[in-house]
Design a protein around this ligand. Structure first.
Ligand code: SAM
Length: 280
């Protein structure tokens, strides 16, 4: 029995179901249920909210989310070995945990969820950025979720939350900052996980904005930002010259010096450039 519920400690769950961690699935488990409850709390108010959790593993974070009052948790797990352990949690919280076995990159998860939805996950490192990019770039805005609370390697968390001029500023920061308020809410040392990864980790919370922060055509913005950061050390007049013959004039019209480099340009200016490019 643990402090947050009447289920057995996670070490016992892992031993009972023989859940030795698999590197290929990005398995670094959090066994401290007080920590998982704290992560769940950092996602905001969970009551009257459906939670999507990708990669519940033996269920530490899942238990935190349920103990903190989530209306329902939809948990998607690729590793079939974890399903019986998750089933035990579902039995302890009747009707509040839906377990889906499969690959989160393949399944249509929205049909299992009712608004408001928050996504809270200790993501497998190998699919984390891909999932985040998809959640940040849906076919229409606002998306099906109101917030994302996600564990990443610290460096990835810094790439999501960086602002112009900072070392980690790049495509991910522009994508996240354009349509969400993103911040690191917690840092964790390697020892918080079993097995311990090589690097520190961090929890990032991204709260969606109802409208993008600045108007821009998303497709054009993504194209501009991809080209600009692809050659981040080059001046924009050169990294973007393939876009348009009059790119220098467009940059100036958007309030950007043609000699600036992508890493110093704020999201507002990238959006202004996207609008300039759309005009003609
Ligand atoms: N949530 C647990 C915790 O905090 O202890 C486990 C987190 S572990 C970092 C990542 C989990 O994601 C593993 O259980 C792994 O099996 C699962 N996983 C890996 N790839 C996945 C995918 N494509 N779809 C769903 N789950 C996946």
């Amino acid at each position: 029995m643990s402090a947050i519920d009447t289920l057995p400690p996670l070490r016992d769950v892992i031993a009972k179901h023989e859940l030795s961690a698999r590197k290929s699935l990005g398995q670094n488990f959090i066994l401290d249920l007080n920590l998982t409850a704290k992560i769940a709390r950092s996602a905001g108010n969970l009551r009257d909210t459906d939670i999507l959790e990708v990669g519940p593993g033996p269920g530490g974070l899942t238990r935190g989310l349920l103990a903190e009052g989530a209306r329902k948790v939809v948990a998607v797990e690729k590793d079939a070995r974890c399903i019986p352990a998750l089933q035990d949690i579902s039995n302890a919280y009747p009707g509040r945990l839906e377990i889906l076995e499969g690959d989160a990159l393949e399944l249509d998860l929205t049909k299992h969820l009712t608004a408001p939805v928050r996504i809270v996950s200790n993501l497998p490192y190998n699919v984390g950025t891909e999932l985040l990019t998809r959640w940040l770039d849906p076919p229409a805005w606002p998306p099906f979720w109101v917030s994302l609370t996600l564990m990443f390697q610290l460096e990835v968390a810094q790439r999501i939350t960086a602002t112009a001029g900072e070392k980690h500023y790049g495509r991910l920061a522009v994508l996240a900052g354009w349509r969400t308020d993103a911040q690191i809410v917690m840092e964790l040392p390697p020892e918080a996980f079993t097995p311990a990864p090589k690097v520190r980790s961090a929890v990032v919370t991204l709260n969606r904005l109802e409208q993008p922060r600045y108007p821009a055509n998303g497709k054009i913005l993504k194209d501009v930002v991809a080209r600009a950061f692809n050659q981040r050390r080059k001046m924009l007049r050169s990294s973007l010259k393939g876009l348009r013959p009059d790119i220098e004039d467009r940059l100036i019209a958007a309030g950007i010096k043609p000699t600036d480099r992508a890493e110093t340009v704020e999201i507002e200016r990238f959006c202004a450039l996207a609008r300039e490019l759309e005009k003609s």
